[in-house]
Design a protein around this ligand. Structure first.
Ligand code: FAD
Ligand code: UDP
Length: 385
């Protein structure tokens, strides 16, 4: 049975679902209010320098999921990229995440792995067996001095709240290493597309049965479809009528220099007195593509509370938001004809590989429901899990 679908959002979620439905013979219209596809992963050439920029913040593809990696490779060439991050603290540059080099730099030592373990065993708060929040997690991992230097100021700037109010899970994303491995990620595949993420997403959307409409909001459409897949914010779908889910937004201040400004893609600024969290120098994300001018384009990145007219970036998901989310999820489950997907539709921080895997799962769920002639569920992934 051929059905008509409207997919709201031309990011990875919307594109992967659209492609799968189209390949199964359904008619799909993909809409996005932005004038380009790609969602927050969008890349484009900077008009002044020709450098490929990550317009909505730096994106590095990293995954252990073979299926997802081979999927993206179908649509573009992935260039191996080992992501390394530096951090400036009190006028000195360190390696991040914390590894043996960071420990030796910070304490002015020349320790080997086991000696460094012993040093941190003396520094860390051994009395915190079950860290209840971000601060406790940091103190039990590296102790007071390193917590204050690397995490406290950065985290207050990034999240706008006390680290004691944040879940420990946010810090658990970062490893602590007692060797000189300074790779930010530990995944098998780490890469950046040669022609940018938007090049890949355009190819995913380039299929018979898919029509893409850009610069168009869902709210302004009056047509009807058999089913809608909504990858925009779940609270927006319901016109925010019981309140807004909290997000952090980002401001990017662009500046230019001649040549190489910082010698690396990302420099974090952990001191609280520095108003931005990090500086991204985009040319280092495409070392294979250094043609063009000698100019370099950089972003200073600032984080703040997301207002009604801002782009939602990081879902906050604290206790209040969880309660509101529960209400929206109940309403979504009671609404027929729409499936919610993606980071905004499920109000979760998800990396690109997880986004793609979940989008495949959502498409499969929709296909199965159609085949079994049952109602298409509101979610493939439970946003409350
Ligand atoms: P989005 O990319 O947000 O796409 C949703 C689209 O829907 C948007 O284009 C929006 O304009 C459109 N839309 C919403 N509502 C409507 C409406 N009502 N009408 C019309 N259009 C609408 N992941 C990694 O794997 N590696 C990284 O290094 C990485 N870095 C990140 C850095 C930052 C700063 C952030 C915030 C995220 C990062 N991510 C990273 C995560 C990555 O951005 C997400 O996994 C991915 O963008 C999710 O895709 P999506 O399609 O679900 O959502
Ligand atoms: N963080 C920090 N200092 C750093 C890098 C990270 O305090 O130099 C904290 C910050 O709270 C961040 C969290 O560690 O949100 C997880 O780091 P990740 O790189 O995953 O950051 P995000 O994806 O949130 O930008």
């Amino acid at each position: 049975m051929q059905m008509s679908f409207c997919i709201v959002g031309a990011g990875f979620s919307g594109a992967v679902i659209a492609r799968s439905l189209a390949e199964n013979g359904h008619k799909v219209v993909v809409i996005d209010e932005r004038t380009h596809p790609g969602g927050n992963c969008h890349t484009e050439r900077d008009p002044k320098t020709g450098v490929m920029i990550h317009r909505y913040g730096p994106h590095i593809f990293h995954t252990d999921n073979e299926n997802v990696y081979s999927y993206v490779c179908r649509f573009g060439e992935m260039m191996p990229f080992r992501h390394r991050v530096m951090a400036t603290v009190q006028g000195r540059v360190y390696s991040m995440p914390i590894n043996l080099l960071t420990i030796n730099q910070f304490f002015g030592t020349t320790l080997g792995p086991s000696e460094a373990r012993e040093l941190l065993a003396r520094k860390r708060r051994a009395d915190i067996a079950q860290p209840a929040n971000f601060e406790e997690q940091a103190l039990s991992m590296v102790g007071e001095e390193m917590y204050r230097a690397f995490f406290r100021g950065y985290t207050r700037k990034q999240w706008g709240i006390e680290p004691t109010e944040l879940p420990a899970s946010i810090l658990k994303r970062l490893p602590l290493r007692f060797n000189y491995d300074d790779s930010y990620f530990a995944h098998k595949y780490q890469a950046i597309p040669r022609n940018g993420y938007t090049g890949i997403i355009e190819k995913i959307l380039d299929a018979p049965n898919i029509e893409v409409r850009l610069g168009c909001t869902f709210e302004q459409l009056s047509e009807s479809w058999d089913h809608v897949v909504y990858t925009g914010p779940i609270d927006r779908f319901f016109s925010f009528d019981i309140g807004r889910l909290g997000y952090r937004t980002l401001d990017f201040e662009t500046f230019y220099v001649e040549g190489d400004a910082q010698g690396t893609a990302i420099m974090n600024y952990c001191d609280e007195q520095v108003p931005y969290t990090r500086i991204t120098e985009h040319r280092h994300f495409s070392p294979w593509d250094q043609s063009g001018t000698d100019g370099s384009v950089l972003y200073r990145e600032y984080s703040r509370a997301c207002g009604a007219d801002d782009i939602p970036y990081y879902p906050i998901r604290l206790v209040n938001e969880q309660a509101l989310l529960r209400q929206y999820v109940e309403r979504a489950r009671a609404t027929t004809g729409v499936t919610f997907a993606g980071r905004l539709g499920t109000y979760r921080y998800i990396d690109m590989d997880v986004t793609i895997a979940e989008a495949m799962k959502a498409a499969e769920m929709i296909q199965t429901a159609i085949a079994q002639r049952t109602a298409i569920p509101a979610f493939a992934i439970d946003p409350l899990s």
